[in-house]
Design a protein around this ligand. Structure first.
Ligand code: GLC
Length: 546
């Protein structure tokens, strides 16, 4: 079943990001699978998600949690079969849930048959599918991304006695996108999944597709040409499907990936994310306003995707050195929580399990411009396990209930792909879906209401934003407008109570109606509009001319 091509559905989406292996294990082998995930679709629907983004589920040696793909057109056997995937997709579509999958096109695993052939000899027909060189001297201006593990972007291949290029781990050789055969092969992969009915792709690591000597090898015009070509083919054969860019770059460089509305439909706003955390810590709205004011307008058919946390470290690539030091000092005192240029923690532990800050940050996530992404488990305030290596600490099994293995799997605990978080604060007996469903006041119940309110008006998903400039800098206030709909959002970024005077002269005579309780507030008059706010409190008011 293919969902009808509803125009620009991605703008109004609530995306839930998850890894099949972390979610639910149906066959008791300790690893989540598609059948398990299918059984949990009710949960996603109840939460209010309208799309699910799946992390890579393809055959892989799993040295980078599946971002090292060994076969693009199959399912890793621990997660089930292609038939299981199809059944899951149909079940999701029956509920109107869209499915976004990963297209890791910059590189493959070194176990991929393409690379095995390419390395087998210098005159193999697939030699040119990867980027080979006799020395490691070329492209010296390209930075290293995984600075904690890699010393060079070149690795020596003892088989064919040459160097191959890799922007990530050395077991992830980069494909050669100058080769038309590679470009075609990747399109055929996309076609395969599109024909099955997937609604969109997150294109992994797009800035790095093409290399040119003397450049940073990022965001090159040739890379944009490739994307434009994929988009053209997508629109031609699969209208209504969506491309989402993972381009961890400054706003102007990311904006280039929207092209003239002819490249990506969506792109993550990487620079905004750390600034939301920074603003809450500094108790000052400046970082958020500055970065959004530096963000150029995007074409009408495009949309930002915004997030608080994801499966990677909280990346600090898109901040200044001073800002990075500040973030490390405030959010990662324990040095073992730092990795590459970032912090490998989940939302709740980052902010010391402070429910008020969890709510405030989610309030901003749901009211700033863009499509929000919720990282699985953050809706119940799950913790992490910093003793697991790499970024695995934020990828532990979903905590469903207080029983055996948190309801994730019936396997012996030793067999689980990763241990369940079990400490007294974040452990599954304290933090789980079942217990939170029983309480109206739990984080989960609160998140459901927040998502409902967000979905009650397209002003959040499609409206413009204008910032107010109240003298009290601890308060971030903005008005979103779409057609005749207007919402005023006011966020107290501070740990103490605040009073704020808002200049709402433009809305004189309007009545603010607080959206979660539908409470009518005093009419806006001539004078500055006075609000008092508790620590980390936020309000959403619909502005009605009554
Ligand atoms: C992306 C993924 C990350 C992965 C990397 C290399 O940045 O989000 O998890 O390690 O690409 O594929």
């Amino acid at each position: 079943m293919i969902l009808p091509a509803q125009s620009e559905w991605y703008k109004d989406a609530i995306i839930y990001q998850l890894h099949v292996r972390t979610f639910s294990d149906s066959n008791s082998d300790g690893v989540g699978d598609f059948r398990g995930l299918q059984q949990k679709l009710d949960y996603l629907e109840e939460l209010g998600a309208t799309a699910v983004w799946l992390l890579p589920f393809y055959p892989s040696p799993l040295r980078d949690d599946g971002y090292d793909i060994a076969d693009y057109c199959a399912v890793h056997k621990s997660y089930g079969t292609l038939e299981d995937f199809k059944a899951f997709l149909t079940a999701a579509h029956e509920r109107g849930l869209r499915v976004i999958i990963e297209m890791v096109l910059n590189h493959t695993s070194d176990q991929h048959p393409w690379f095995q052939e390419s390395r087998s000899s210098r005159d193999n027909p697939k030699r040119n599918w990867y980027v080979w060189n006799d020395t490691d001297e070329l492209y010296r201006d390209a930075r290293i991304i995984f600075i904690d593990t890699e010393l060079s972007n070149w690795a020596w291949d003892p088989v064919s006695k040459a160097y191959y290029w890799h922007r990530f781990f050395s077991h992830q050789p980069d494909l050669n996108f100058d080769n038309p055969e590679v470009r075609e092969a990747i399109w055929q992969v996309m076609r395969f999944w599109l024909e099955l009915g997937v609604d969109g792709f997150r294109l992994d690591a797009v800035p790095y597709l093409v290399e040119r000597d003397g450049t940073s090898c990022e965001n090159l015009p040739e890379t944009h040409d490739i994307i434009r070509e994929y988009r053209r083919r997508l629109d031609e054969s699969f209208p209504g499907r969506m491309l989402l860019a993972e381009a961890n770059q400054w706003p102007a460089d990311v904006c280039a990936y929207f092209g003239h509305g002819d490249e990506f439909h969506m792109a993550f706003h990487f620079p905004l994310m750390p600034r939301m955390f920074m603003a809450v810590r500094l108790e000052d709205r400046k970082p958020i306003i500055e970065i959004l004011q530096r963000t150029p307008e995007i074409p009408q058919n495009c949309q930002w995707s915004i997030f608080l946390r994801n499966h990677d470290e909280l990346t600090l690539e898109m901040v200044t050195d001073v800002e990075r030091d500040y973030m490390y000092d405030e959010y990662a005192r324990d040095k073992s929580t730092r990795i590459n240029l970032g912090i490998r923690r989940r939302l709740a532990p980052l902010i010391d399990n402070d429910r008020r800050r969890i709510e405030l940050l989610n309030g901003m996530l749901m009211s700033l411009p863009g499509t929000p992404v919720i990282y699985y488990g953050d809706e119940i305030g799950m913790g992490d396990n910093i003793y697991l290596g790499d970024r695995n600490g934020v990828r532990t099994p979903m905590q469903w209930d207080g029983h055996w293995n948190a309801g994730f799997s019936e396997a012996d605990p030793e067999r689980l792909y990763a241990p369940i978080v079990s400490n007294p604060v974040y452990g599954y007996q304290a933090v789980n879906v079942d217990s939170q469903k029983r309480s109206e006041h739990s984080l989960l119940s609160w998140m459901k209401r927040l998502v409902q309110v967000r979905k009650s008006s397209q002003v959040f998903s499609r409206g413009t934003i204008s910032f107010l400039d109240p003298p009290n800098h601890r308060v971030l206030a903005y008005v979103r407008e779409y057609g005749n709909d207007r919402v005023l959002a006011v966020n107290n970024l501070s740990s103490t109570s605040q009073a704020v005077e808002l200049n709402l002269r433009k809305y004189k005579g309007f009545i603010p109606i607080e959206m979660s309780g539908k409470t009518i507030f005093p009419r806006v008059g001539e004078l500055p509009y006075l609000l008092t706010m508790g620590p980390y409190q936020f309000y959403w008011f619909r502005l009605r001319r009554i």
